[in-house]
Write a protein that binds this ligand. Structure first.
Ligand code: SF4
Length: 194
């Protein structure tokens, strides 16, 4: 039996076959062969922000912060069947942001409030409340379409949680409804369940 050089050297160093196998999964060329579990990682409230902006006709340009909202939003909206991992941490939108620290935390603050709270803490509390309200556990993977259908069942109501400080709650609700209608998630004539 011919041992290849890697297995032979590993045997000498006392590594088991399982170690070798585990190491091979860390090789990028092997990783690409594994099935990808999701296409994007997003905080729930970032998705709701995008839907509300869509309803209000807001178009994105590159932001001075350098984050990736202008790249992520069009991709999300034009491919509703992408698999989204719903996270409680920095997400794909945060990529490139000047406020994203190397440990994955956000160093920004909510400048519209005085004193200004940490955006990291604010985002975490907001997304925890959304996970609870929607009965979805964090790190769950589902299509954007499925997530939006779950959210749509909570409209109206969810705007009481996801409206940001100094934002208008009615405008937020109308933005969400119009966004859902534009995406075909909600019937234009569907009456509000108030
Ligand atoms: S949450 Fe923080 S790190 Fe992420 S895009 Fe917003 S400001 Fe940047």
């Amino acid at each position: 039996m011919i041992l290849n050089r890697r297995v032979f050297l590993a045997g000498l160093s006392g590594l088991t076959f399982s170690h070798i196998f585990a190491q091979s999964l860390n090789n990028p060329s092997d990783e690409t062969r594994l099935k990808k579990e999701f296409d994007m990682r997003l905080r729930p409230h970032h998705i709701l922000d995008i839907i509300s902006d869509l309803g209000q006709g807001i178009n994105y340009q590159p932001h001075p912060y350098g984050h990736s909202l202008h790249i992520v939003a069009p991709r999300l909206l034009s491919h509703l069947d992408l698999q989204i991992k719903l996270v409680l941490e920095a997400d794909d939108i945060c990529q490139g942001c000047m406020h994203l620290l190397t440990d994955g935390k956000c160093e920004d603050v909510l400048a519209q409030l005085n004193p200004s709270p940490s955006k990291q803490a604010y985002n975490d509390v907001l997304d925890c409340r959304l996970f609870d309200y929607l009965s979805i556990e964090k790190d769950r993977v589902m299509t954007t379409r499925k997530f939006l259908k779950i959210v749509n069942e909570k409209v109206p109501g969810i705007e009481r949680i996801c409206t940001h400080p100094k934002e208008n709650q009615k405008q937020r609700l109308e933005g969400l409804i119009d966004g859902f209608i534009k995406l075909g998630i909600r019937e234009p004539s569907k009456p509000l369940k108030i």
